[in-house]
Design a protein around this ligand. Structure first.
Ligand SMILES: [Zn+2]
Length: 90
């Protein structure tokens, strides 16, 4: 993993309820984890990218958005940034 993108750990196995939420909201909270090189824990979500499938991320910025690193790498900026509106989305 590069320094830009922290490693959030292995992909979790999701409960039935989490899979349901993921299908409806395109993201679901998993648990708090401490990425490599971090001192504190962050909330980790499974997020669904329309192009690349599922990935792990933590909310970024004031609005708490997620960004698919593969979309960013391919410069699909609009698809990469998936805004979470407050606590409504996840
Ligand atoms: Zn993507």
């Amino acid at each position: 993993m590069s320094e830009e993108f922290p490693y959030y750990g292995p992909f979790p196995s999701l409960s039935f309820l989490q899979r349901l939420v993921l299908q409806v909201r395109k993201c679901v909270f998993v648990e708090y984890r401490t990425p490599e090189g971090y001192s504190g824990s962050v909330p980790v979500y499974v997020v669904k990218c329309r192009r690349h499938g599922y990935y792990l991320d933590t909310p970024h910025g004031f609005n708490g958005y997620f960004s698919c690193r593969d979309c960013l790498a391919e410069l699909h900026i609009k698809e990469a940034i998936q805004v979470k509106i407050g606590a409504q989305t996840c």
